[in-house]
Design a protein around this ligand. Sequence first.
Ligand code: ADP
Length: 394
Amino acid sequence: MQARHILVINCGSSSIKFALIHEAHSQTFLSGEAQNLGTYDAELHWRRGPEHDSLMIPNADHRAALSQLLPIVQGACGGKLHGIGHRVVHGGERFSAARRIDPQVLAEIKATAHLAPLHNPANLLGIEATLKQFPNLPQVAVFDTAFHHSLPEYAFRYALPEQLYRDHGIRRYGFHGTSHRYVSARAAEMSNLPIEDSSWLSAHLGNGCSTCAVVNGQSRDTSMGLTPLEGVVMGTRSGDVDPNLHSHLAMALGWDIEKIDYMLNHDAGLLGLSGLSNDMRTLEQAHHDGHEGATLAIEVFCYRLAKSLAAMSCALPRLDGLIFTGGIGENSPLIRAKTVAHLRLLNLQLDDEANERYIRGLSGTIHAYGHPRVLVIPTNEERQIALDTLQLLH
Ligand code: ADP
């Protein structure tokens, strides 16, 4: 059988990120993004190997952008597109694995939209536009939450009245599942351990950040909850705060719920702490230049991350390794070193030279001899979505 190509699509409210994945190659064939959709500045840009290209598509909506995208994608794969995989952020309790999209699955994704009002409606917009644009191509939805379906109830329930869970689905769901699943499988492969008998801590550190305990290929606990705001410090998201913060800000400052929500999601995290930036590269540079806010943001980020990893270790029977991934995890020796320094009780220690070496897409182990494994593994959510799509279409 000929090797197959899958188009992976990740739709935001005004953007479409895409990647063309070839099942036999780990390198992405073609990738790009349509940005500012629905505005005069709408633009499509893409990269194929070393080549970059872009096209202005004034006022294009999702459907119009997809119609521009198709010839580029078909051109890149010689007209042999096999199917489309969509990233869907929230699958609620309904979806424990990827599903082929049909009218019933579409209706079920719609019924879950209230759990992720910022993300799922945008994902749906993309799916519906793609179904209209490519009616003959099989399409699959891959959910960020699905990997965390294996959480035991004592890990996914909040200590809240039962009726809130039963009638309204208020529980911890977890996100970044596709990434935690991909890197833990890679970690097992790299360590010559069967994934069915292995035990990992995983730290996905991008703009959003989360930790996960993966036992025998299943998620057993994770730091994000009902929404992607819970857990560790992120670029602009606060992570955990005292749940009474809302009422305190309402009473003390007269803030309404929208203002508090906006602050916690967009003005907090590394940006709020540093008063400078949500971007770790900028903060590291400023820290070296003596910026106190940047230094504090980095210290809080690493300490809170280490605390979360230590908490996740409660879910492990033993530790086969700690995995760093995401833009920060894959590229920042400083953050890895500062985080691991807080985890002495797990006996973790880095080899400084190896820690400096594994950046810019390199994967490898960075622990000191005689200590538990610490691995740097570039995540590849697009590839995992493509593999899930292929498996379902088989
Ligand atoms: P997203 O969650 O949007 O996919 P990424 O996984 O690309 O984001 O991660 C973005 C984060 O990675 C940013 O904070 C960025 O500064 C950080 N990052 C990328 N390269 C480096 C680097 N060399 N050193 C430190 N941080 C880095």
